[in-house]
Design a protein around this ligand. Structure first.
Ligand code: GRF
Length: 209
């Protein structure tokens, strides 16, 4: 079994999309851990309902440095020995130490067509910039936020009367298709990282969903 550790801070709809896809396609993938920095994250509650192993590592910036927080994350995560760490709306910064500990094994999904619009509030910023298209990006995680090697993207139009919510909803639908497919590709050895690029089996169509 290929083991996933999913990190989330919120509603966990991408996490659910991965769970649904894995179960529908009967993939040899196990959700070994769902970890959150928020004990009341909806995604964490859903994970418990599914019966997955969960863990809460709270972030307290007053009492704890970012490094200490990341050390705790690392310890919790390592216990399950995951093959892949899947960030699904995890709103905390991972340190270089954490990332190098899971080298080429941490991926994230971001609701813009990176490298355009890294960071926060990206749907609103894309509309304000007058863009005609936006979308989502799955990428390997490096120390710089939203800057790692891109694995796959899906685009959507930005319509004239869109606001950040309507656009976010349109992008999210694509996220729910793209992210599980990327996880499948990595788990089945069809997608593999190399230093500054990603190799994808030409027979494995990322947007074939
Ligand atoms: C998604 O828009 C994702 O791109 C971003 O955070 C959001 C998480 O949504 N990184 P959900 O918790 O998976 O519903």
């Amino acid at each position: 079994m290929f083991k996933l550790a999913v990190f989330l801070s919120g509603r966990g709809s991408n996490f659910e999309a991965i769970v649904d896809y894995v179960s529908k396609k009967k993939l040899p993938i196990e959700i070994a851990l769902v970890l959150s920095d928020k004990e009341d994250a909806i995604g964490l509650l859903k994970a418990r309902e599914y019966g997955f192993l969960t863990s809460v590592v709270k972030r307290n910036p007053k009492k704890q440095s970012l490094e200490e927080f990341n050390t705790k994350l690392k310890i919790e995560c390592e216990k399950q020995n995951p093959d892949l760490v899947v960030l699904a709306g995890f709103m905390r910064v991972l340190t270089k130490e954490f990332i190098s500990n899971f080298k080429n094994k941490v991926i994230n999904i971001h609701p813009s067509l990176l490298p355009a619009f890294p960071g926060l509030d990206v749907q609103r910023r894309a509309i304000e910039a007058g863009e005609k298209f936006s979308g989502c990006t799955v990428h390997y995680v490096v120390e710089e936020v939203d800057a790692g090697t891109i694995i796959g993207q899906a685009s959507v139009p930005i319509l004239p009367d869109d606001d950040e919510h309507t656009l976010a909803a349109r992008i999210l639908k694509e996220e729910h298709k793209l992210y599980p497919r990327v996880v499948e590709g990595i788990a089945c050895g069809k997608i593999s990282p190399s230093d500054k690029c990603v190799s994808i089996d030409p027979m494995f169509k990322l947007n074939d969903y």
